[in-house]
Design a protein around this ligand. Structure first.
Ligand code: MN
Length: 396
């Protein structure tokens, strides 16, 4: 028996990047997402997986519009026809708090009572052949009503010990859920309430063989083994911040607990930044020549950012550039921007602050670049203090 794990689908996300649906058809981004669901079902049929586990955030909007709900139901029915059981773990996008009670669009699916679909709003363990999957829906500090994140995490830890005790020793033990893992790097808007977010330490999963979490959208491995801990990544590339990512599903053998990854056929999103040098006569031609060098535009959604070295340069002809990209097979040109900076900030790579550098040098670089000299030392001191306090107590 095989099982497939699929990351957050976020149906309905990023529609501004898509083409508008004509007649009865959907916005093209929703069709893309629907295609990825169908592709996942195809994989299940091909490798004879009779279970698909989804890490949460089925819908982008906690109040999804009827057509999006209908689209998901029609996919669930396709799964039913092929005898594939779908397990839905509640994510933060699937949850609306109402006092201590959580309401969810997934409640509609629960109430429909489809015999091949299970919804998990609480921690639960399912057994597929010789593998146990402990499924963890989204939780935050507020859910537990504790004063600290640490205390809330200890509640989850307790539940995990309880679940673990119910699994026969000879079984493989997996976790699939919707929580952030400590030291993971989010890419954008997945964490909507940082002050109440819980970040799980790796040690929390001691006793398990492998952990796949949704929630954080960039695929990343946080611990290689004992246990293997990863964010599987969301289903689709949903904005220009994710263009360098490859998304995948996990196909797991429930007899021996081995697994492999398979890349999802996501539509490419491409962003190009072009700096037009001074003394350029034909700026549009310059941009076209640069685009020709980049090459591959087939089926892509594209954003072009053009900036001018000097403000005197002539404006580009956007429609001509769009026409070129479309003729090269581009699916949609999301936008073409043109900026003329009066005083262009020189890009200095040694001063670029990113997530790869350590915090101390990031603070220093920022202070040197942007803070007045008279205030610089005080700024560095305060920022370092804040960081130290934050490190000790990630969330309060
Ligand atoms: Mn998500």
């Amino acid at each position: 028996m095989m099982a497939i794990i699929l990351g957050d689908p976020h149906l309905g996300k990023g529609s501004v990047l898509g083409r508008v649906g004509i007649g009865s058809s959907f916005n093209s981004r929703l069709s893309d997402q629907s295609d990825l669901l169908d592709w996942t079902l195809d994989q299940a049929i091909e490798c004879q997986a009779d279970n698909i586990i989804i890490t949460g955030d089925v819908f982008e909007d906690p109040k999804p519009i009827p057509s999006v709900i209908a689209l998901f139901f029609s996919w669930l029915h396709k799964c039913q026809v092929h005898n594939v059981h779908v397990h839905l773990i509640m994510g933060n996008h699937d949850a609306l708090r109402s006092g201590n009670f959580i309401i969810s669009p997934l409640d509609i699916i629960s109430e429909a009572d489809l015999d091949n679909v299970s919804v998990y709003k609480d921690i639960n363990t399912i057994f597929l052949e010789r593998t146990a999957f402990t499924l963890i829906p989204f939780r935050d500090r507020k859910y537990f009503g504790t004063s600290s994140a640490k205390e809330a995490l200890s509640f989850i830890q307790e539940s995990l010990s309880y679940e673990l005790a119910s699994i026969p020793l000879t079984f493989k033990k997996m976790v699939v859920g919707h929580l952030a893992i400590e030291k993971s790097i989010p890419v954008g808007d997945e964490i909507d309430d940082l002050t109440n977010e819980l970040f799980c330490p790796i040690e929390m999963f001691a006793g398990y063989d492998a952990v796949w979490m949704g929630h954080v959208h960039k695929p990343q491995v946080l611990n290689k083994n004992n246990p293997f801990v990863a964010h599987i990544g969301s289903m689709d590339i949903s904005n220009f911040g994710e263009t360098d990512q490859t998304k995948h599903i996990v196909i797991l053998n429930c007899q021996d607990g081995t697994w492999e990854e398979k890349q999802l056929p996501t539509r490419p999103l491409k962003k190009v930044s072009i700096l037009v040098p001074k003394d350029t006569e034909d700026t549009t031609q310059y941009v076209l020549d640069e685009l020709k060098m980049v090459g591959e535009w087939k089926k892509a959604i594209i954003r072009v950012e053009v900036s001018f070295a000097v403000p005197e340069l002539k404006s580009i002809n956007k429609s001509e550039i769009e026409k070129y990209l479309v003729s090269e097979g581009a699916f949609n040109v999301a936008n073409i921007t043109e900026t003329k900076k009066i005083a262009l900030i020189k890009k200095d790579d040694t001063n670029t602050i990113d997530t790869k550098m350590d915090i101390a040098s990031a603070i220093k670089t920022y202070a040197t670049t942007y803070v007045e000299e008279s205030m610089r030392d005080a700024y560095i001191e305060l920022a370092t203090e804040i960081h130290t306090a934050y490190k000790e107590k990630p969330i309060e």
